[in-house]
Design a protein around this ligand. Structure first.
Ligand code: FES
Ligand code: FES
Length: 210
């Protein structure tokens, strides 16, 4: 008898060990993903999510119209990362403290972990994936970070870059102190702020020369 057709329950024709294992893996993956996305544990308990309903909305992200189902209490960070695959936006604290999740909304930096997705319909959202040009040329700030090797683990990097790009739109020629203040909503656990500022000051210079 082949492994594929081996029956572990003679009363259920077509039930094979391989199909059973596939089913367990699929179910486990579903439980894991939904537990993280909807903050529901595997015992079925949830944090006030009962009755939540998904609705289909359109978002303007990186110049594209993206249709997506969102929960009414789903954050933009969750939608970007886990429904649209834009994982360049990081989740650090998930509570408006670290800035790792920073994206631009109408050119202004925002913590995407603290904004409900349905509230940004009709707004222009830009993530780190949308910074480079269509031909793959890096944004001047991204290029400066590469050239200066400004980050260590780089978990905080995309948030810092998005904050800096947003700040430089309003102040293209900042002093070092002004830029430091402009990105003060972002934290780096590697604490390499001197090199980060070197990178972002060079990014400002690159933008002026672009
Ligand atoms: S993950 Fe949003 S501020 Fe930390
Ligand atoms: S470089 Fe590691 S958290 Fe900032």
């Amino acid at each position: 008898m082949s492994h594929e057709t081996m029956s572990e329950n003679p009363g259920q024709p077509g039930f094979s060990r391989r199909n059973f294992i596939k089913g367990v893996i699929a179910a486990g993956a579903t439980v894991s993903a939904s537990a993280y996305l909807f903050r529901t544990n595997i015992m079925g308990q949830s944090d006030g999510m009962a009755g939540a309903v998904e609705r289909l909305i359109t978002l303007d992200i990186n110049g594209q119209q993206r249709r997506v189902d969102v929960m009414k209490n789903e954050t933009l960070a969750m939608t970007l990362r886990y429904k649209l695959g834009l994982t360049g936006t990081k989740l650090g604290c998930d509570r408006s403290e670290c800035g790792a999740c920073t994206v631009l909304i109408d050119d202004v930096p925002h913590y995407s972990c603290s904004i409900l997705t349905h509230t940004v319909r009709g707004r222009k959202i830009q993530t780190i994936e949308g910074l480079e040009a269509a031909d793959g040329t890096l944004h001047p700030v991204q290029q400066a970070v590469v050239d200066e090797q400004g980050f260590q683990c780089a978990f905080c990097m995309s948030g810092f870059i998005m904050s800096a790009v947003g700040f430089l739109k309003t102040n293209p020629s900042p002093t070092r102190a002004e830029l430091a203040h402009g990105i003060s909503g972002n934290l780096c656990r590697c604490a390499d702020y001197h090199k980060i500022l070197n990178s972002l000051m060079r990014g400002a210079e690159n933008m002026r020369n672009a």
